[in-house]
Design a protein around this ligand. Structure first.
Ligand code: RBZ
Ligand code: NIO
Length: 349
């Protein structure tokens, strides 16, 4: 609880001076006014986050949180729960989608077991921080206790702190947990009042029957738990997930230490939504990555106030969309350092 509280106290607004200096530079660049669009916004945001008009990225990583979900008993996923533990192994062997795309962009992958149902300690490289082996079935009762939710957030904060202290200056979020699009949808419904049918998507690819089960499961979870939308930790503990809570912690930790954090797809965005509700200022440290193919992802992003920079119809999670966004974020830093201004050209404008 102490780490959670002190982290929230450290989250402050962006540095106005360095952000203004970045905008002044952008407005003098040898381009038509603000012609680099969203890249300009990211550049100025990075300057405000990192407290320098010339922010630089030296090292980047995706932090993947793995956790299981009791709600799978309701038949909400197209795949069996055992996939979660198997994918934790694949991450450490370097064969998952996120390994491939992270390698491509020069990012490291950090894998954390925060709540997998099954033993991942046999896979070297998985950081062992299990709060409990999976959540309870939220269609019957709360997914976890309030204390467990805070403990999971604190694991995420610690992971962000550790990586930032190790020199990573660009973080990205990734998830693994069969069934986790269902709590992600339920979180969105709990905070916005949208109906289960509006927030539910096909996740890993459930058929019409599966989608019905998912909508029913979301409705039951809301009915049984009555999460209080004015108390984000209440919502997170009752209808969230351990890896979602961990990612909320990663985001809050990055914001507290003034580092940018790229938000991946639907599940990471659910974690970002919880972080936004806990600390509205934390949104200023988030960078949207892609709009996934999951039905309600664009609503989730709009609710947080994030603009995705990619739309590749991806629906994998693991941090894959966030990894692909890293080169765009790096490019944004370069426009502040590597471009000529109109003064350099000596042309009056
Ligand atoms: C082999 C495999 C690898 C994955 N990697 C990420 N996910 C993604 O799909 C799951 C969420 O979808 P749902 O709610 O429909 O279960 C999560 O594990 C998420 O990380 C995967 C899913 C599978 C099957
Ligand atoms: O949008 C996502 O990130 C997503 C969608 C389905 C399954 N896993 C992740």
């Amino acid at each position: 609880m102490e780490l959670y509280k002190s982290t929230l106290e450290q989250i402050t607004d962006l540095n106005r001076e360095t952000m203004q200096a970045a905008w002044d530079r952008i407005d003098s660049l040898a381009t038509p006014t603000r012609a680099l669009g969203q890249l300009n916004n990211i550049a100025a945001q990075l300057a405000g986050i990192m407290g320098t008009p010339t922010p630089k990225i030296h090292k980047k990583c995706v932090i993947i949180m793995g956790g299981d979900h009791g709600i799978v008993d309701e038949g909400v996923s197209a795949y069996p729960q055992e996939i979660t533990v198997a994918m934790m192994m694949v991450f450490t062997k370097g064969g998952a989608g996120i390994n491939c795309l992270s390698n491509h962009v020069g990012s490291d992958v950090i894998v954390v077991d925060i709540g997998v149902k099954g033993d991942t300690s046999v896979f070297p490289g998985v950081i062992q921080r299990k709060i409990r082996p999976g959540t309870a079935n939220m269609a019957i009762g709360p997914a976890m206790t309030r204390e467990e939710a805070i403990a999971a957030i604190e694991v995420g904060i610690e992971m962000a702190n550790q990586q930032i202290d190790a020199g990573y200056d660009l973080l990205a979020t990734g998830d693994m947990g069969i069934g986790n699009t269902t709590p992600s949808s339920t979180l969105l419904a709990a905070f916005t009042g949208l109906s289960p049918a509006e927030v539910a998507g096909r996740g890993t690819g459930v058929d019409d029957e599966g989608l019905k089960k998912k909508i029913n499961a979301i409705a039951k979870a809301l009915e049984v738990n009555k999460p209080n939308p004015n108390d984000p930790v209440d919502v997170l503990s009752k209808v969230g997930g351990l890896e979602i809570a961990g990612l909320t912690g990663v985001i809050l930790g990055a914001a507290a230490k003034k580092r940018p954090v790229i938000i991946d797809g639907f599940i990471s965005s659910a974690a970002a939504l919880v972080a936004a509700k806990i600390s509205p200022l934390s949104v200023k440290y988030m960078i949207g990555s892609h709009c996934s193919a999951e039905q309600a992802h664009h609503i989730m992003l709009e609710t947080i106030g994030l603009m995705p920079v990619l739309n590749l119809e991806m629906r994998l999670g693991e941090g894959t969309g966030a990894a692909l966004t890293m080169p765009i974020v790096e490019a944004a830093t370069k426009i502040l350092t590597d471009m000529f201004t109109f003064q350099d050209l000596g042309v009056p404008c």
